[in-house]
Ligand binder design. Structure first.
Ligand SMILES: NC(=O)c1ccc[n+]([C@@H]2O[C@H](COP(=O)([O-])OP(=O)(O)OC[C@H]3O[C@@H](n4cnc5c(N)ncnc54)[C@H](O)[C@@H]3O)[C@@H](O)[C@H]2O)c1
Length: 321
């Protein structure tokens, strides 16, 4: 099959991660363009890969005619960039959050559907091997019925307070939309669709959006989740705990190994090996393979919409006094 001609729009932090992932998959793709309003940033990323650099993403789309793009701009540009790509039939891998609001996400999905442009949302934790090991353990029945899921992403976010991340016009909100989108996607992957949401938010820093958030979610199955995150806690923590009727499992992102689990009666934890490449390479591989084969990318439109429904319900819940 022909290598996918791929471009990256937004050459900041995560744009660089997408470019590194594509560069690691030369059998599947060729990077043909990089766009960033800061042309120097686009050039610095494009030149080592022999790709063209642009300040205007529509010029990139028209000049190099990529088969696929990664959208790695701040959230306010996800819908406009996706709409232009879709108009040209270009496949889209859109960074999280899908957009600033559910309405924007619906418009983004509609643009891709109208023009038949494949769409994947970059919920990268789906491609973290221990998360997939947890899905397999649950599917095997070993954990019994999943009854509770706990997730925490906590860290001190150096850019909070002096970047677009805390300008709601650009970002759509604070840490709830920025980070809990990952948590909601992980919860859905492990426990199924969410039917009820309660949330609380807090702000410690002198910023206009929340810098800590907590969410209680209930799945259609009856499983409940407690999802918490913070930009202001000093110890970096990234953890998922799954409790079933027959055992429990832990994903600790700081551990070099994979999923650890303990079943009823076990004295020791069993730790599964963690061998596959990083989640961003696996995410890129899944996207490129879907584009090449014509299969619908996953996680796709329905996942983005479902996560944003939960995020909007969470903000509504947090606003209630
Ligand atoms: N999946 C993850 O784990 C993860 C991690 C970090 C960020 N993100 C997401 O990725 C996106 C980008 O985040 P980041 O940390 O890379 O931000 P960043 O500020 O480091 O980079 C964004 C880049 O987009 C460029 N840009 C802005 N408007 C543009 C436009 N109209 N056309 C072209 N380029 C434009 C900026 O100049 C900047 O270089 C956000 O949606 C963010 O939430 C995801």
């Amino acid at each position: 099959m022909n290598a996918v001609r791929v471009a990256v729009i937004g050459a900041g932090g995560i744009g660089g991660v997408h470019l590194d992932a594509y560069a690691a998959l030369p059998e599947l793709c060729q990077v043909v363009g990089v766009a960033d309003v800061q042309l120097e940033a686009a050039k610095a990323r494009a030149e080592p890969l022999g790709a063209s650099a642009f300040a205007d993403y529509t010029e990139l789309l028209d000049a190099v005619k990529p088969d696929a793009v990664s959208i790695c701009t701040p959230p306010n540009m996800h819908l406009p960039v996706a709409a232009e790509a879709a108009l040209r039939g270009v496949a889209v891998l859109c960074e999280k959050p899908p957009a600033r609001t559910l309405a924007e996400t619906e418009a983004l999905v509609e643009a891709c559907r109208t023009h038949g442009a494949p769409l994947q949302f970059a919920f990268c934790h789906r491609f973290h091997e221990p998360v997939q090991q947890a899905q397999e353990l649950i599917a095997s029945g070993k954990l019994g019925q999943v009854i509770q899921v706990y997730n925490r992403f906590g860290f001190r976010f150096a850019r909070a307070g002096h970047s677009w991340f805390t300008d709601a016009e650009t970002s759509g909100g604070g840490i709830l939309i920025d980070t809990l989108v990952h948590s909601v996607d992980i919860f859905r992957a492990l426990a199924g669709e969410v039917r009820r949401v309660d949330a609380a938010v807090g702000t410690t820093l002198p910023i206009a959006v929340e810098d800590s958030a907590a969410m209680l979610v209930t799945a259609e199955s009856g499983a409940v989740g407690a999802l918490t995150c913070s930009w202001v806690t000093p110890v970096s923590e990234a953890e998922v705990r799954i409790y079933g009727t027959e055992g429990e499992a832990v994903i600790d992102y700081a551990q070099p190994g994979g999923l650890a689990y303990r079943l009823a009666g076990d004295e020791e934890w069993t730790r599964l090996p963690f061998e596959k490449p990083n989640r961003f390479i696996r995410q890129a591989e899944a996207f490129l393979t879907a584009v090449q084969s014509g299969h619908e990318p996953h996680p796709g439109a329905e996942d983005g919409l479902a996560v944003m429904r939960v995020i909007e319900a969470a903000y509504a819940s947090a606003r209630r006094t």
